[in-house]
Design a protein around this ligand. Structure first.
Ligand code: NDP
Ligand code: 2IT
Length: 444
């Protein structure tokens, strides 16, 4: 049996109850086959695949907090520190009722390769809680965040593990967590990224994932003789990634005609009004029905459906497994030329294969959404030198990081005779750097 198949079997046995983690590992290991086969003896002897699929440690803890009625509530907190071969653990904190250990492990595993691709010194980690921020008062959010950090602060630090935002965790939550870390540890340090600008945050971090997604998409199109100008784009999600992806796509001359949230979606043939969307989602924290109510050109639909709208480019920016095989078929039938993932693992394995087999340029999240964590690493650099860089400087660095990522994944795919397979290219390029560091550091 090949080394990849052997390890896949072990991972499946050990993690049978974690479908998202198994999905992520299966995608990565399968696409690494040519690279593993070329180094099989060395990697097998050093148990590289067994080590890279087993987190350094997995923390799970109780998060008790008091709601506005005086009732004590209990949530479960997680931090998975997956791999720190190339730098301190780095990755977001997801607050969503669906969160469980398997989901945090899938996200932490992806983060290893994504962070490696940024070319910056950051390892892979992820955390979060099954806490649902929806409908909570500001005081309840603060109570949860303080309790969460009271435990988490024992395991993180500016040179150890640096969490950030993800679904349900934005500037407000990072602020409350930073305050609690500082209070307990007595240390004002860059222990979190996505901080407010008055206390060590970086310009462009808010926009970075969405902007970075478009910088990469633009480079992909350019290298295939196309551009964003005049393209029709469908986007899912209506959160941090989706909003700034739409904004940058419009700045590049494209028109985004959809967005979605957890209850429904909007089709706006005139193009999504980003300022209105920001007001509804960032300020009022309301449903997309409010967007549609304020925008005569918009049609609101319950449920899911953005992939049914005819487009040139599709950008899934909400959550995992939101673009299924039937959606992929519809995109192909409608003439879509590119799918780039703003979210983590939004496309199922069969949908990805269908898109690739039908000539759609497909770039997975590890490469396409790396702009967020890359800018987090730039925030860490600014914190270390106790300086802050201008918007233009950070934005320029983000652009060149995303352009480099595209060329690195393209080159890695070509080196193994897989031209155009950007999924394999991203996994190989991300993996090679981490493995070199692991081998150099011995058995650990
Ligand atoms: P937000 O919480 O800001 O927004 C998430 C959006 O997706 C919301 O519109 C939300 O709907 C919708 N959504 C979430 N879960 C579901 C679900 N189960 N079904 C349908 N819709 C859902 O998160 P982000 O924009 O930060 O994150 C979006 C994706 O991007 C995630 O996969 C995340 O891991 C990934 N990502 C984020 C980065 C970042 O810097 N923030 C960096 C790289 C990747 P509603 O408004 O109803 O809550
Ligand atoms: O999935 C991701 O890359 C993020 N949520 C951002 C992580 C970070 O540390 O900025």
């Amino acid at each position: 049996m090949s080394y990849v198949d052997e390890v896949l079997e072990i991972v499946q046995k050990k993690n049978a109850d974690q479908p998202e983690f198994l999905q992520a590992v299966t995608e990565v290991l399968n696409s690494l086959r040519p690279c593993i086969d070329a180094n099989e003896e060395l990697y097998r002897k050093n148990a590289i695949l067994e080590r890279i699929t087993e987190p350094d440690r997995q923390l799970m803890f109780r998060v008790p907090w008091v709601d506005d009625n005086g009732q004590v509530q209990v949530n479960r907190g997680f931090r998975v520190q997956f791999n720190n071969a190339i730098g301190p653990y780095k990755g977001g904190l997801r607050l969503h009722p669906s969160v469980n250990l398997g989901i945090i492990k899938f996200l932490g595993f992806e983060q290893i390769f994504k962070n490696s691709l940024t070319s910056l010194p950051i390892g892979g980690g992820k955390g979060g809680s099954d806490f649902d921020p929806k409908g909570k008062s500001d005081r309840e959010i603060m109570a949860f965040c303080q309790s969460f950090m009271t435990e988490l602060c024992k395991y993180i630090g500016a040179d150890v593990d640096v969490p950030a935002g993800d679904i349900g965790t934005g500037a407000r939550e990072i602020g409350y967590m930073f305050g609690q870390y500082k209070r307990i540890r007595g240390s004002f340090e860059g222990v979190l990224t996505g901080k407010g600008l008055t206390y060590g945050g970086s310009l462009v971090r808010t926009e970075a994932t969405g902007y970075g997604l478009l910088y990469l998409t633009q480079e992909l199109l350019k290298c295939h003789g196309e551009s964003m100008e005049g393209k029709t784009v469908v986007v899912s999600g209506a959160g941090n990634v989706a909003i700034y992806a739409i904004q940058k796509a419009h700045q590049m001359g494209a028109k985004c005609v959809t967005c979605s949230d957890s209850t429904g979606w909007v089709y706006d043939p005139e193009g999504i009004d980003v300022e209105l969307l920001k007001e509804v989602k960032e300020v009022k924290r309301a449903r997309l029905t409010e967007y549609a109510a304020a925008r005569p050109s918009a049609q609101y639909h319950e449920g899911r459906g953005v992939w049914s709208i005819k487009c040139d480019i599709a950008l899934p920016c909400a959550t995992q497994n939101e673009l299924l095989l039937d959606d992929a078929k519809q995109l192909v039938a409608n003439g879509c030329i590119a799918v780039c993932e703003g979210a983590n693992m939004p496309t199922t394995l069969d949908a990805t294969e269908y898109l690739q087999a039908n000539g759609v340029y497909f770039v997975g999240g590890k490469a396409a959404n790396a702009g967020g964590v890359a800018t987090s690493a730039l925030e860490m650099s600014q914190n270390s030198e106790r300086l802050s860089w201008s918007f233009e400087e950070v934005d320029q660095k983000l652009q060149s990081i995303m352009v480099n990522i595209y060329h690195n994944i393209d080159d890695a795919a070509k080196r193994y005779g897989l031209e155009g397979d950007y999924v394999a290219g991203a996994n190989i390029a991300g993996f090679e750097k981490v493995v070199e560091a692991m081998l150099a550091q011995g058995v650990c």
